[in-house]
Write a protein that binds this ligand. Structure first.
Ligand code: PGA
Length: 256
């Protein structure tokens, strides 16, 4: 975006393992990733194994530059919430980042902007970095309301978040129609939506917040398309699903 300072943002590549990998498989992949880039300095790297593998992966990546992420968390800190996982429990294991509002949470499990906002605020209060996922469906794109939908998801997801807290917010723009489908937004289209998000951050907060805001792209990111996506001025990283499940694919993505 014209005049905005890309140098203020460190590239951030994250792997979302979704509901894949037993503990043994997760440990094996984590070990491979540590070998490959445990000391990479110029890129933030995060992996989000399933909840059941977090405590096994934590000691493997501890002391490396790979951060531990969770794929979701409860909107409450404790209590009678059968099946939920609290931010306190995540911190206890060594989790530093949490993915919130992923499209599978929104569209398959019915999470609303309001619920996601509650989670975002709780994550920040607990000192976690929140990756807030936003993105339009195919139908919304065809209706020409991408910017409206994404803008609303950002605005409602960030309600009550202070400028200071924005330092621990990452936005992941993931067009729903591109997730797990092999279809990627063109780098130009993705960059245009990222620019809309950055301008919104400037108007909701300040130019400085917008300059520093890391905006990842997600949706069928692969070794062969990551470079052209990352070349765009407003694309600061990637949230990778399918291609984060093997070192053979994830390592070249991180080394874009
Ligand atoms: P994908 O998933 O890379 O498999 O499309 C991305 C995501 O859902 O975060």
């Amino acid at each position: 975006m014209k005049g905005y300072t890309r140098e203020m943002r460190t590239p951030f590549i994250a792997g979302n393992w979704k509901m894949h990998k037993t503990i043994g498989e997760a440990v094996a992949l984590a070990n491979e990733l540590v070998q490959a880039f445990g000391s990479v300095q110029d890129t933030t790297i995060m992996i989000a194994p399933p909840f059941t593998a977090l405590s096994a992966v934590a000691p493997i990546i501890s002391g490396t530059t790979i951060a531990l992420g969770a794929q979701n968390m409860a909107s409450e800190l404790s209590g009678a919430h059968t099946g939920e996982v609290s931010a306190l429990m995540l911190r206890d294991i060594g989790v530093s980042h949490v993915i919130l509002g992923h499209s599978e949470r929104r569209h398959v499990y019915g999470e609303s902007n309001e619920l996601i906002n509650k989670k975002v605020k709780l994550a920040l209060e607990q000192g976690l970095t929140a990756i807030l996922c936003v993105g339009e469906t195919e139908q919304e794109r065809e209706q020409g309301i991408t910017n409206k939908v994404v803008g609303e998801q950002c605005e409602k997801g960030l309600a009550g978040v202070s400028s200071e807290q924005m330092k621990k917010i990452v936005i992941a723009y993931e067009p729903v129609w591109a997730i797990g489908t092999g279809k990627t937004a063109t780098p130009e289209d993705a960059d245009a939506t990222h620019e809309v998000i950055r301008k919104l951050a400037a108007s909701l907060y300040s130019r400085e917040v917008a300059d520093k805001l890391v905006i990842q792209y997600g949706g069928s990111v692969k070794p062969d398309n990551v470079k052209e996506l990352m070349a765009k001025e407003n694309i600061d990283g990637a949230l990778v699903g399918g291609a984060s499940l093997t070192a053979a694919q994830f390592v070249p993505i991180v080394n874009f």
